[in-house]
Design a protein around this ligand. Structure first.
Ligand code: FMN
Length: 357
């Protein structure tokens, strides 16, 4: 299969980044992905996490498909699972444009979208229309910017979407909703998780099945924050952690003229810092809480590094901007080759093997 993306990339990158993104969603929603011809997955990539089966461990990270419009298309380019959202209870416009920047020289992106989305009713209707998908779908829920009770917004999201997605992500790590990340502090997190798990328990009492609930955290956490989050995750019935969201730090090596734009940085410069946090979380949870590793993945070697640092699954987003949809197939093929070259019979066999005790 010839990858045409390098040929069309200059055209796409001549567009304003948000316009390019909107067009990409339209293409995927229209089913164009089928023509990228993903060749199917090596059985070594098959895996299981929090009770779900995955043909491969490479997922589409949240924020790409905020309104659950392109799930089929994303699975069609080879992702093993797709996380849609972040969705908030009520629709909201997000921050003023421009709010998405390509840092081409740094192979990075800065965004300050601020949870622009069409709200839960629209999102639920998109999920209701889906059938016969090739992989699990996650619903990433958040809080409205002007909400008086942010915790209640997460509960509302889970109640409204319960049964429509295969897992939930509670996103408390976006840097673009002021105050949101404070929910990562111990007392706030305990309260939030308690209320979210109560909502699930009520659904289960009503006869619905148990849907895994994960919490997505920032890369900009202190060692104490990590210990606290790990302790709460272990003490509660939470099913996993996603490490990590975008960073508000700006590594000194950045050279692009957009490097000082406000917002969250993602892509290549996030690979090492997010993997270090992932490893710290794996250690702090003693490998007992399933982790999804995300941040800067641009190759099978990057995905392998996250798995060896403790990730049971991985996700990516930003490097699609530079590599195009062929990146997904490439990451999977390289990862399968690396697993075999290192003598691993499965992804699960490799999880955490790079972490020193
Ligand atoms: C434009 C953009 C929008 C994003 N929106 C969300 C979002 O709505 N919810 C969320 O949990 N993460 C969001 N993210 C973060 C990604 O899911 C991911 O955690 C982060 O970008 C690191 O992965 P990457 O380097 O592969 O992009 C967004 C990222 C980008 C680049």
């Amino acid at each position: 299969m010839i990858d045409l993306f390098p040929l069309i990339r200059p055209v796409i990158h001549a567009l304003d980044p948000e316009t390019a993104h909107t067009l990409t969603i339209r293409f995927l929603a229209a089913g164009v992905s089928g023509r990228f011809g993903d060749t199917g997955d090596d059985p070594v990539l098959e895996t299981e996490a929090f009770g779900l089966r995955f043909k491969n461990p490479v997922g589409l990270a949240a924020g790409f498909d905020k309104n659950a419009e392109a799930i089929k298309g994303a699975l069609g380019i080879g992702f093993g699972f797709v996380e849609a959202g972040t969705v908030t209870p009520r629709p909201q416009p997000g921050n003023a444009r421009p709010r998405l920047f390509r840092l081409s020289e740094d192979r990075a992106v800065i965004n300050r979208f601020g949870f622009n989305n069409k709200g839960l009713d629209y999102f639920a209707a998109r999920l209701e229309g889906l059938k016969g998908l090739s992989g699990p779908v996650g619903a990433n829920v958040g809080a409205n910017k002007d909400s008086e009770d942010r915790t209640a917004d997460y509960v509302t999201g889970i109640e409204r979407l319960y049964g429509l997605s295969d897992y939930f992500t509670v996103n408390i790590s976006s840097p673009n909703t002021p105050g949101l990340r404070a929910l990562q502090s111990r007392a706030a997190l305990e309260d939030l998780i308690g209320r979210v798990l109560d909502a699930r328990a009520a659904k289960m009492k009503g006869g619905m099945k148990r849907i895994p609930i994960l919490v997505k955290i920032a890369p900009d956490l202190t060692a104490t924050d990590i210990e606290d989050i790990a302790a709460v995750a272990r003490a509660t019935d939470i099913d996993g952690l996603i490490v990590s969201n975008t960073t508000i730090t700006r590594p000194s090596a950045l050279t692009s003229r957009y490097r000082d734009e406000m917002g969250g940085l993602s892509g290549a410069p996030l690979m090492d810092p997010s993997t270090r946090v992932l490893e710290a979380v794996y250690k702090a949870t003693e490998g007992e809480v399933p982790l999804i590793g995300v941040g800067g993945i641009a190759s099978g070697a990057d995905a392998f590094a996250k798995i060896r640092a403790g990730a049971s699954l991985v996700q990516l987003y930003s490097m699609l901007v530079y590599e195009g949809p062929g990146l997904v197939t490439r990451v999977k093929q390289e990862l399968a080759a690396l697993l075999k070259a290192h003598g691993f019979a499965s992804v699960a066999d490799a999880v955490g093997t790079g972490v020193k005790k």
